[in-house]
Design a protein around this ligand. Structure first.
Ligand code: XMP
Length: 515
């Protein structure tokens, strides 16, 4: 098997997925757990992967491993923090550089002769996310490739079969990353991987069975339905098993896009056989969010309000103790609920935003899947493209996109801008070329000149990104003519907007949503 030691990287679950997809058996263990049982059965471990992590190797209490793992008994792949830790423990020097490297980078191979990998695997774009780097290599290592800034990006010790990568091969934006991991597993570690099923219904069967066993026989169940792909797939999966005992609660939070609630409700009624109950709770959400500007506070308030609404709806049923949510792997990871070493990036409303005490048991059949996997599962279930092909939309909705205070007027202003962006993407056949697109209302005003008069109005940012799973993303290089048309339409058609800017930041270092 391949053993992954997790130092709290945002991408450990992505890494887990990529290794699993090679067909190899794989175990993930937290760096602070007891690794002695694994050391005692070392002959079964054909390869070790050290994940990235948020710490610096020289910080007090930085997680580490026993250097005995580096004695050559099995190949080791150290990624980012994992590479730095290997260098640090073996006598090299790790420092914080003048510049950090986040997002896209190009590698320069400096030592082809000693490179343990087919050269093509290191060519092309890679994805970085680090402040520290290995300045001095430990004895026995060769530098194989450098980043554009000349920093050590790939190091290799041939006698002990230790490979260090400063970048993240596991994320989709590293062009040859998946092939590199496959090479490590099959060639470096010599694992004859077995065939993996590509059917998500099959892969999800065990978890689904366990989750269904949590539901009391004959009881009724509530499902948090948002109109998006995740909750629609979760609802369909469960309703296939328990039929109309599943009550899907579709909440108008007052934080949805223009005409979204009505349009989606019609779509559910026309295209899917789900037992949908619409609930208008917009006043409650907006009242509780009054005056709140802090992003985490907004998320917590929204998470709690959703649960209050679901609990109140569950009381209208005869016997209901369970709540189905379409929580997916990225929600769990970013809320730091996947690993003891990971940091909270943002509290997703359905995980980190939940209240401490709840009267309902959570049923989350998609917790192990990423967005693209949920889409594949949805297609297997026969859910129409109207749902599957939709851009992701976060549960807290426009609350994360109205920066600063949320008021009905500011929401309406944003809705108009957002409508134009989405409409124009569809008109120009670009909607499916981007993974997610939306507008953000900034809490700043700027001066303009309209019809010979001075204006002092709001600024909006447009955010269009490409991604696979939401864990990494790049800004979409949309045609300039398209951007020009959208900007012109927004400033001409929406009064109250003086300026339109386009967000050209990747994730990392930014996130997709602004809050
Ligand atoms: P970030 O902003 O973290 O977003 O790069 C990654 C993906 O997750 C969505 N997102 C959420 N979805 N509840 C959700 O259902 C949330 O609280 C939440 N926060 C972010 C975001 O829209 C993007 O697709």
């Amino acid at each position: 098997m391949i053993l992954i030691i997790d130092f709290g990287s945002q991408y450990t679950e992505v890494l887990h997925r990529v290794v699993r997809e090679t067909g190899a058996a794989v175990s993930v263990v937290a760096a602070d757990s007891d690794l002695a049982p694994f050391l005692s059965k070392r002959q079964e471990i054909k390869g070790l992967i050290l994940s990235g992590g948020p710490q610096s190797v020289y910080a007090a209490n930085a997680p580490a491993v026993d250097p005995v793992w580096f004695d050559g008994s099995q190949p080791v792949l150290g990624i980012c923090y994992g590479m730095q830790l290997m260098a640090h423990l073996l006598g090299g020097k790790v420092t914080r550089g003048r510049n950090a490297e986040y997002g896209p980078a190009q590698l320069r191979i400096v030592n082809e002769k000693d490179c343990p990998l087919p050269a093509g695997l290191l060519a092309d774009q890679v994805w970085m996310s680090h402040g520290d780097h290995v300045e001095i290599l430990p004895d026995g290592f060769e530098m194989i490739a450098a980043s554009e800034d000349g920093l050590n990006a790939v190091m290799w010790d041939d006698s002990r079969r230790l490979l260090g990568l400063q970048y993240h091969p596991e994320v989709i934006h590293t062009v040859n990353g998946k092939r590199l991991i496959e090479y490590f597993v099959t060639q470096s570690c010599g694992i004859n991987a077995s065939q993996v099923s590509s059917k998500y219904l099959e892969k999800s069967a065990d978890l689904l069975k366990k989750q269904l066993a949590e539901i009391e026989t004959g009881s009724e169940v509530i499902c948090a339905l948002s109109g998006g792909v995740d909750s629609t797939v979760a609802a369909t999966l469960i309703s296939r098993e328990i039929g109309n005992r599943l009550h899907c609660i579709f909440v108008d939070t007052g934080l949805l896009r223009k005409d979204e609630f009505r349009g989606t409700l019609e779509l559910y009624r026309a295209k899917l056989n789900l037992n949908v109950h619409p609930v208008n709770a917009s006043e409650l959400f907006l009242e509780r969010l009054k005056g709140v500007t802090d992003p985490e506070q907004k998320r917590k308030i929204i998470g709690k309000t959703f649960i209050d609404v679901f609990e109140s709806e569950s009381k209208k049923l005869s016997h209901c103790r369970s709540l189905v949510q379409g929580t997916i792997a990225s929600d769990v990871i970013e809320s730091s609920h996947s690993s003891s070493q990971a940091q909270v990036i943002k509290s997703h409303h359905n995980v980190g935003g939940l209240p401490e005490k709840m009267n309902m048991k959570l049923i989350e059949p998609l917790r192990h899947l990423f967005k693209d996997e949920v889409r594949a599962l949805g297609r297997e279930l026969g859910i129409p493209e109207d749902f599957i092909g939709r851009h992701p939309f976060p549960g807290p909705g426009l609350a994360l996109r109205v920066l600063g205070e949320i008021t009905a007027d500011r929401l309406n202003l944003l809705r108009e801008v957002d409508r134009i962006l989405i409409e124009q993407l569809k008109t120009d056949n670009l909607y499916n070329a981007v993974w997610q697109a939306f507008a953000v209302l900034l809490p700043v005003k700027s001066v303009g000149v309209k019809g010979d008069g001075r204006s002092y109005d709001s600024v909006v940012a447009l955010r269009c990104v490409g991604s696979r799973d939401g864990m990494t993303a790049d800004w979409s290089k949309l045609p300039l003519d398209f951007l020009g048309t959208v900007s012109k339409r927004i400033t001409n058609e929406v009064s109250g907007i003086s300026r339109v800017v386009y967000d050209i930041t990747s994730k990392p270092p930014a996130t997709i949503e602004w809050e």
